[in-house]
Write a protein that binds this ligand. Sequence first.
Ligand code: ADP
Length: 417
Amino acid sequence: MKNLLGKKFCYDSRKIEHGCVFVAIKGNKVDGHDFAKEALKKGASFVVVEKDMNLSNQIIVDNVIDFLLKLAYVQLKAKKVIGVTGSSGKTFTKEILNSLLPGSFKTPGNMNTEVGVPISILNEYKEQEVAIIEYAMNKRGDIKRICKVIKPDVGVVLNVGRQHIGVAGNFENIFYGKMELFQCSNILIYNANDERMIEYVETMNKPKVSFGMKKGDVSLLEWSYIDNITKAKYRIYDEEKKVILNDIFHRGHLLNIAAAIAAVIGADQKVCWECLEKIKNVKGRFHWKNVGGIRIIDDTYNASLSAFDVAVETMLKVNAKRRLAVVGPIFEQGKFSKETHERLSKILEKLDGVFILDGYEGSEYIKPKNIIVRAKNKDKLAEKVVNYLRNGDIVLFKASRGVMMEEVLYKVEEMLK
Ligand code: ADP
């Protein structure tokens, strides 16, 4: 098994690199075993499969995912492993931790599943002393499966929200699914604003560092915006620390930063404060830009109630003539869809006007009182938005990933230029 270390691992038969080890993963829609032969033809050096497929260079294992996890465990030699999970902000927190701990390894992009985590460790980990690993879940047991092999020294649970509740079934499943990270971590970084989380960790006899809004060991005390700058004040145990960030960050981001600082303390590492000055929001994730006197917020990457909440809160805190939003639905809410979109409508009513992209599952339930227009066609909606916009406005674009709200945003930008 160990002689496979150092080789590149691949699992998508359309993206075979010469010499890679193809692992046959059984997904919901496709079974990688059906592509094993093709992978060898395309240049894979080995295929890892769960049954005898009569192929040259096949390695038969009981379970491909368990095999990958064990191999990644052997590869990962970091002195400190920091695990991050939560309903929102995992990617952001991972990036912040990577900035606060220069030279650390992080799982890239969305490589946060039982397949993504081991593959990214096998392909990209290069003996860094600190590894930051994102643990995602759709259902109970997902995190446990990864972290019983790839164990964090420090486990961060940012928050527990209602994302993917339609898949998880109910809130309990989401909560206990996330708590699996605490079960397998040595030091717990928990949210001091979440009573349920506090109650849960109090029963665990492990070292802890908490973070929160006006609460916790690392506490966000206040924040404000001037032009494109965010000024935030934190308290770290007894010491106050003022931070200047060169972009607009919302309360959720600022709490993620508190969580990251708590994790660095928990990992017994030094915080690189000056590194915070360089952080920026990435495209699609609450990214602000000025287009012809109008401030556009590109938050099209994804959506949840809590992310809408912090986005709108920030819009109300910055100077603007009118505050507008172009929105689509939040997916994966199952039987909770109506309730979620009613709550979303209440959040949106704090703004001066809302444009709604219709024709998607859940759109029909978005009914704030301040609707300006609803349209099914993205180009038509973009036209209506552009006709309505005036100098000094801010406008948020946000919906679930599947909506591809960026198509409306790009059209609007194009017309404003
Ligand atoms: P994840 O990787 O968990 O999906 P991201 O960092 O990609 O999270 O952020 C996804 C969305 O959630 C973005 O709209 C972002 O602005 C928002 N967000 C990030 N952190 C928080 C937070 N702590 N609370 C609420 N919303 C957040």
